[in-house]
Write a protein that binds this ligand. Structure first.
Ligand code: FJE
Ligand code: FE
Length: 297
């Protein structure tokens, strides 16, 4: 459910934590603003990381592995090209989405493909122990195929889950909702969130009032962690558009052991991942003699 007027929540969610995502270095010369995954907010089960990136060539994220989780790349401006060790390639442009379930192993490069700054969000979603070693899988959606609802000054792109009665075709291995809202000046929205799920908001532009109508407005580059509850209300009382993503997921409630891009349940499984990567086995077979092609920047 999403609604432009009637909250009708039994237990509205409020903001319990606010985190400013400051710029930091990542990859090869790239700058990211990390909200989830930084010291103040190590993770928010099932979410491991949210980076807002803004990258121009020759910086980028050259060949690196992943195991045990999903990465969701959603472009806001410009484009990013990816290549993996199985020969899978593509370019994600503004509005497009790449939902990559790394499972037992992916090695890939992610490099800017547009002129100037290439901006987007990358979210890492943990996989349950039973899914960590699954075969890798991609779900790719062009912006024109992302479901969108425009109503009463609210414009929502449905990356995952459902809003205003419209559902995303993306299959979420770990149950997840991911909504990209733009609220025009004066607009408000009341969005249902499954009560047992953890959820947060990340503000992309403008300023908005979240949860409590008397709260002071929050501006871009901030993540807001939400309390338990059945929905979130948001008001744009400013003179410019407000854009934010609302992300929620079913907690896995499993131990998390992370070593960079390997996320498992136990230290021994991390050691296994390091060995598998090193010896090109158990999912990393195709790493043997593979290197990404030079990018045309
Ligand atoms: C990474 C080195 C990396 N945030 N946002 C170490 F380069 C990366 C990495 C990224 C990344 C990629 C994109 Cl396209 C967007 C990102 C980190 O690839 F995750 C680790 N641990
Ligand atoms: Fe990656």
């Amino acid at each position: 459910m999403g609604d432009h007027k009637n909250p009708g929540f039994q237990n509205p969610r409020s903001v319990i934590k606010k985190v400013l995502a400051r710029p930091q270095h990542e990859g090869d010369g790239a700058i990211v603003r990390r909200s989830i995954g930084r010291g103040e907010l190590r993770n928010l089960d099932p979410f491991l990381m949210l980076d807002e990136f803004s990258v121009s060539a020759p910086a980028g994220f050259p060949d690196h592995p992943h195991r045990g989780f999903e990465t969701v790349t959603y472009m806001l401006e410009g484009a990013f090209t990816h290549q993996d060790f199985a020969g899978h390639k593509g370019t994600v442009r503004a509005g497009d989405l790449q939902w990559m379930t790394a499972g037992r192993g992916i090695i890939h490069s992610e490099m800017p493909a547009g002129e100037g700054e290439n901006k987007g969000l990358q979210l890492w979603i943990n996989l349950s122990s039973k899914d960590k070693m699954m075969e890798p899988r991609y779900q790719e959606l062009q912006g024109k195929d992302v479901s969108r609802v425009e109503k009463h000054g609210v414009d929502v792109r449905i990356i995952a889950g459902e809003s205003f009665g419209v559902r995303s075709p993306v299959y979420t291995q770990t149950p997840t909702m991911y909504l990209d809202f733009t609220l025009h000046p004066g607009a408000e929205v009341h969005q249902h969130i499954p009560p047992p799920w953890n959820s947060f908001v990340y503000i992309i532009e403008g300023e908005g009032v979240f949860g409590d109508p008397n709260a002071s407005p929050t501006t871009r580059h901030h993540a807001l962690v939400l309390s338990p509850g059945d929905g979130l209300s948001v008001w744009n009382r400013a003179a410019r558009p407000l854009r934010f993503v609302l992300i929620g997921g079913q907690p896995l409630n499993e131990p998390i052991v992370q070593y960079g891009p390997f996320v498992m349940n136990a230290q021994a499984e991390i050691q296994q991942a390091i060995d598998d990567y090193h010896y090109c086995k158990n999912g990393f077979e195709k790493a043997k003699n593979w290197k990404s092609q030079p990018h045309m920047n």
